[in-house]
Design a protein around this ligand. Sequence first.
Ligand code: ZN
Ligand code: ZN
Length: 819
Amino acid sequence: MNGEPAPSDTVPERSDHGSPDAARAPAPEHGRQHGWEHGRERDGELSPHASPEDLLRLLVGDHPERLVHVHEVPARRARLADWPEWVDPTLLGALLASGIEAPWSHQIEVAEAAHAGRHVVVSTGTASGKSLGYHLPILTDLASGASAPNGRGATALYLSPTKALAADQLSRIDRLALPAVRPATYDGDTPTDERRWIRDHANLVLTNPDLLHHSLLPGHERWSSFLRALRYVVVDECHVYKGVFGAHLAAVLRRLRRVAARYHSEPTFVFASATVADPEEHASRLLGMPVHPVTVDGSPRASMTFALWEPPLLVDETGQPKRVSTITETGELLAACVREKVQTVAFARSRAGVEVVARIARERVPVTDESRVAAYRGGYLPEERRELEKALRSKELLGLAATNALELGVDVSGLDAVLLAGWPGTLSSLWQQAGRAGRSGERSLAVLVAADDPLDTYVVHHPEAIFGRGIEATVVDPDNPHVLAPHLAAAAAELPVTEADVAVFGPQTRALLDALVARGILKKRPRGWFWGREDRPADHLSLRGAGEPVRIIETRTGRVVGTVDDAAAHSQVHTGAVHLHQGQTWVVTELDLDDHAAFAVRGDPGWTTQAQSVSDFQIMHEVEHEEWGPLRCSFGHVTVRNQVTSFLRRLPGGEVLGEHPLDLPARSLATKAVWWTMPVEELTGAGVEEDGIPGAAHAAEHAAIGMLPLFATADRWDIGGVSTALHPDTGLPTILIYDGHPGGAGFAERGYRRVRTWLAATREAIASCECAAGCPSCIQSPKCGNGNEPLDKRGAVALLDLTLRHAGSAQQRPREGRS
Ligand SMILES: [Zn+2]
Ligand SMILES: [Zn+2]
């Protein structure tokens, strides 16, 4: 069997933790909200010399085939609305004084819903000023609450995934200078005496879910006066809470609802999301109650030319098909823009990639312009960021290569062009990054340069995936028992869990509570389930990440240079591994499993390593299935076993220097998966010979893993797969795609729900790659535990054609499972 271990630490650096979009609004064409978004005018003495068409013509040069598609994003006019009558007059005055004359329609839709006590989710574009919508009812209520006898008739809680975002919100509210509003950020860095003041006096607390989990909920008695008045809870950037992190947030929100109810509060929840396919379902799953969606964007937008670009396919020294690297191609495009004095930012997914893009661009511009190209990798001091903003504004800086870190903390907008080196992970990140280009009344250019994987190949050949109706959804599985059980223990320590709470925490609750009692963690008494131990359960549970990570330790100094997810350690930092960590190369001298430590030395030995593994799986319980004629597609619980058995050393050209055995224990993962089976005679009838089945199934599996993130905002590395020509449980050739996290994370389920579209896109990604026998842009996988052997490109297309033919003719009617 062929196995893909998942997940891994080599996740491309990227973050959806954007700062609130309003803060970086490009000056709107017809809008009038400059003041609120601190819209600054540019000292635009240099205007772009070229229109988007001219610039594209220049970039394409003698290789028109690289430009796969050009899409015109039309301008959109603002839809304005009237201020609601209930808005506090002081607040209204402050908003008018800040330069907002009239709000946009979606802002008022959110404001009215929240004001009426309806849970609401707003999912509109970058720079659409989502926060104004919820600030209207919240700040109005806080103002009127200030006249209560204790000065605290109403309070609100604002949750953001990062501290930077909370700080940003705070400064925006501070600028309004409303006497009745006492906002404060509350996080791990807040000094003890300030904490007390905040608990007793602040009426708007800006914090993060981790703080809620570790401090506010376990210590709720100290927050009683705040909780008693709690009227609103804002969950900002809620698309970030996906997969396992999303399941944690869902549990924390349920605990919050229960603790608030103890103080007779039923707060209204407001969710803000990037544009995704189904924000209503996502927010409702996070909250565990229906949430009203607001998705029609009333903000204006300037027009943009969006180009889809594919680097040319060449043949490398070993005769393998190989594309010009996305990074090289992007560096060259950046240089070409800078030579034309077109101010451009190029986004790359990793820090190392950013350095290379900037280096290539510098090498290819005139000497006088070398200093006008820079790299930005995040982690900079505030002064350095302000310097950078200044250099961009004055056009001293013409070309900037950056990671998504730029989304946090630097105000960069109104550029002439944006280059994206590879799919940035999600559609919302794509628009967030592209949105950095565009000035008032002027057209701008964005170019997506495809990276070497099936998803990128697919989107550049299928522009409708980007410009058509949204297909990308954020997924979360609040019922994951591995996540929910420890939260139930934490909840019981806050307040005994009662029969009534079973409805709050969902159908799994009772079984999980019984299991916690059996393990001696909870005690069952007539009045409910109680925490039965001395310590605090929240201390044992982190919201971010599972298992104890393996530390990478520099052998010479004993310094910890980073960590790797426990699940990825065997394949990434085994003894002898060459490991790339934040752009630096390390060689692991020893992996100590007992101590969760990998000892490593700096240096590049001139080869790379690739772990080889064997995987198999057992079907534990089929929850649902569909009959597709002689084929069958299922969703359910599985146990995946993976053992790293050896590693290959390879030269940069791919040549294998040797294989070295490893003595590592097998690991098993209980998770959820989607799988489908195909009888051998059907496959041979479709043109896949019996001895070609392993290669066809393996290739289809790789591409299917690569394509799933287009439908669920997962990382390719959150998902694993196993394919086999004969599975003992099914007795048939079987392809399985699974969630790489214990208990599942919702990705496989999303794949099952959209299986036809997903597999059709997978088929297209393979077929539209012009290589002859398979390459990284279609069926090869960078994390294959089998060294990408065997793979059969033609067979994979035939296998998927067979699958889609039967899936298409079968009725879409899910059935009860069998176990
Ligand atoms: Zn290919
Ligand atoms: Zn593989």
